[in-house]
Design a protein around this ligand. Structure first.
Ligand code: SF4
Ligand code: SF4
Length: 186
């Protein structure tokens, strides 16, 4: 059956009308800031004090975009007669965000909680080299990492704390000295 003349136009107009009445999902960024979830994967922050230069993150990164340099230092023995120890000292820690695919593997594998997601995302550059963030920049991102959510009352952590406090109170009560008998009391 041949198509009715003008039916295509009518269908098109129907789609337009339907779309006009729907709630718009487009956000007018940068005039309006988008409402992002607090755990958005925006950029990675480095908490340098926790980093032991184990290199796990750099080895596991699928894009090879984490650059770490370090050197070894000898630490004198803690007590006389003890042995000298050597430790890694961080010289460079950088992430190239022009290569990073925001998979989060580096954060997952870090055994010492030195890497965190920050929701900040406004760091576009006109020069691609500027997207390699060195340790100072990664540290600055650290201060934009949201605090972890509090444990709920039914979570194990809260329950464990409650039990530990109760046990400590019981122990303290048991260790309290008996009150001295007053004069006239036998
Ligand atoms: S998020 Fe993924 S790609 Fe980006 S630095 Fe970490 S491991 Fe590499
Ligand atoms: S895995 Fe963690 S501790 Fe190891 S080098 Fe990377 S950031 Fe540092």
């Amino acid at each position: 059956m041949p198509p009715i003349p003008g039916s295509g136009l009518a269908k098109g107009l129907a789609v337009t009308l339907r779309t006009m009445t729907k709630k718009t999902v487009t956000e007018q960024y940068p005039d309006a800031q988008p409402e992002l979830p607090p755990r958005t994967r925006g950029v990675i922050g480095l908490f340098e004090e926790n980093c032991t230069v184990c290199m796990l993150c750099a080895r596991e990164c699928p894009d090879w975009c984490i650059y770490i340099d370090s050197h070894k230092e000898t630490v004198p023995p803690a007590a006389p007669g003890g042995r000298e120890r050597s430790r890694n000292v961080l010289d460079r820690f950088a992430i190239d965000f022009s290569l990073c695919m925001y998979c989060g593997i580096c954060i997952e594998v870090c055994p010492f909680d030195a890497l965190f997601w920050s929701p900040e995302f406004e760091y576009a550059e006109t020069d691609i080299h500027e997207l390699t963030h060195e340790r100072d920049k990664l540290r600055e991102w650290m201060w934009t990492v949201p605090a972890p959510p509090a444990l709920g009352p039914r979570r194990r952590g809260a329950e464990g704390t409650r039990r530990a406090r109760k046990a400590a109170e019981k122990l303290a009560a048991a260790q309290e000295p008996e009150p001295e008998p007053r004069e006239g009391e036998s």
